[in-house]
Ligand binder design. Structure first.
Ligand code: HEM
Length: 192
């Protein structure tokens, strides 16, 4: 891996040309946002989106089998079978489209937060704990590393890490709100 990304940084202007002020909502700087958008564009090129999306889920399930078990459709299925399963392809693709909607709204934090909140509401409803979203963050960073090979840098990692931590923080907020409304402890609490 890595060859198609060999020009990964040729698009960036020198660091001093970017406004270094972090966005107060997401913590992302202008340069972080450009890095994320550019890398996402490469990872979701029409020809590779589906296979990258499936590969990400395989890595997620390999690392955290309990997350695989949360999917009625996928639990107990061998990963080799999931690699070619149309249902896996469809699900993975819809998750990558959701991530694309985040990336397309990096410059509009209000909408970005709204998009994450929608995902959070639907997933808290499925009893997915915030802790799983944070585990997904770790697997996702490794996945970007896997895609970029020796093009991966700490700057890329930090940019994605900020976005995914913002996602987890929003998730946790929604989880707490919904739990307190429900007055139940059904959804496992986490210490994120
Ligand atoms: C480890 C964390 C996560 C778990 C365990 C999880 C689990 C699930 C489950 C069980 C479903 C229902 C699948 C079905 O019945 O067909 C689902 C649907 C979905 N998930 Fe996730 N998910 C996680 C993270 C995410 C993230 C980070 C995103 C997007 C950024 C996402 C986007 C979606 C979408 C778009 C759907 C289908 C539409 C919907 O119901 O909202 N998921 N997820």
């Amino acid at each position: 891996m890595g060859s198609i990304f060999s020009y990964v940084f040729s698009f960036l202007a020198p660091a001093q040309q970017y406004d270094p002020t972090p966005d107060p909502t997401t913590g992302l700087t202008q340069r972080d946002r450009e890095i994320i958008a550019h890398i996402w564009g490469l990872a979701t090129d029409k020809k590779t989106l589906k296979s990258n999306a499936v590969e990400f889920f395989i890595q997620l399930f390999e690392t955290y089998p309990h997350i695989q078990d949360r999917f009625e459709l996928f639990k107990d299925k061998p990963l080799d079978e999931l690699r070619t399963s149309p249902k896996m392809k469809a699900h993975a693709t819809s998750v990558f489209y959701a991530l694309t909607s985040y990336v397309e709204n990096l410059d509009d934090p209000e909408t970005l937060v709204g998009l994450v909140q929608k995902i959070a509401v639907s997933h808290v409803g499925r009893k997915i704990p915030a802790d799983d979203f944070d585990k997904l963050r770790i697997v996702f960073l490794n996945f970007v590393k896997y895609l970029l090979g020796d093009q991966y840098t700490p700057e890329i990692e930090q940019a994605w890490d900020k976005l995914l931590r913002a996602q987890t923080a929003i998730y946790k907020q929604i989880e707490e709100e919904l739990l307190s409304k429900k007055g139940t402890q059904e959804i496992p609490k986490t210490d994120i």
